[in-house]
Design a protein around this ligand. Structure first.
Ligand SMILES: O=C(O)CCC(=O)C(=O)O
Ligand SMILES: [Fe+2]
Length: 218
């Protein structure tokens, strides 16, 4: 699978969608409003455990763009993963092969960790073009296009990802991938991508997140 060619930046969604649908076990969530894909067992348990270890080594409080006055909006921790790490490179190669998305357009891979009671309330991953932080976050690479996320473990309770606009709740499962296009067919940001990381009720939740941009990252 790792020999598959890169297909582009994702601005043209069609080849990316076709690549994902060509992979075994991929499920498209049926909705006219949103291109949302699931693949169970995308990463094996060893890779997931290695990533968790690396996230724990560097985690810090998560941040948000366009703060909205709610200090409890995103209460998780974030770990920036070192691009030179062999495990991180392996995961990057698997993501590129699976999606066809050009790694040059990807932000560095991040991990997120949620302890009991932590959450990320309803949001979209794209930056509001009229928001105060747009220039700061998007002047070089442009807005976010695709999001790819992988659950690294299964908390004992809670921690699902909810897509309210399409009435879909994705349960965390070790190695399960979730991917979606943050844009509509006309290229505008898609509000139907609204999603939340629901509160963890028991145990700890870990995910990795990979965001892609309109232009190369750097
Ligand atoms: O943890 C989740 O389920 C969602 C995470 C998320 O939406 C994000 O990091 O942007
Ligand atoms: Fe998100």
């Amino acid at each position: 699978m790792t020999d598959l060619p890169i297909l582009g930046s994702g601005l043209d969604a069609a080849p990316i969608v076709a690549r994902m649908l060509s992979q075994p076990g991929v499920q498209k969530v049926p909705s006219p409003k949103l291109d949302l894909f699931l693949k169970r067992g995308f990463l094996d348990a060893d890779l997931c455990a290695g990533l968790i270890e690396r996230i724990d080594a560097v985690r810090r409080p998560s941040t948000i763009a366009d703060p909205n006055g709610d200090a409890a909006f995103r209460t998780s921790e974030t770990g920036d993963l070192f691009a030179g790490d062999a495990i991180v490179q392996r995961v990057e190669a698997l993501l590129a092969a699976f999606t066809g998305l050009d790694p040059a357009h990807g932000e560095p891979l991040q991990g997120q960790r949620y302890a009991v009671g932590q959450e990320f309330k309803g949001h979209t991953d794209y930056f509001e073009p009229k928001g105060v932080d747009y220039e700061r976050y998007c002047s070089v690479a442009g807005n976010r296009t695709w999001t790819v996320m992988v659950y690294l473990n299964e908390p004992e309770a809670g921690g699902a990802t909810r897509f309210k606009a399409v009435d879909k709740i994705v349960q965390p499962e070790t190695g399960k991938l979730v991917a979606w296009n943050n844009r509509r067919a006309d290229g505008s940001p898609n509000p139907a991508t609204l999603h939340q990381g629901m509160k963890v009720r028991a145990g700890t939740k870990y995910v990795i997140t990979k965001w892609y941009r309109e232009r190369p990252w750097g």
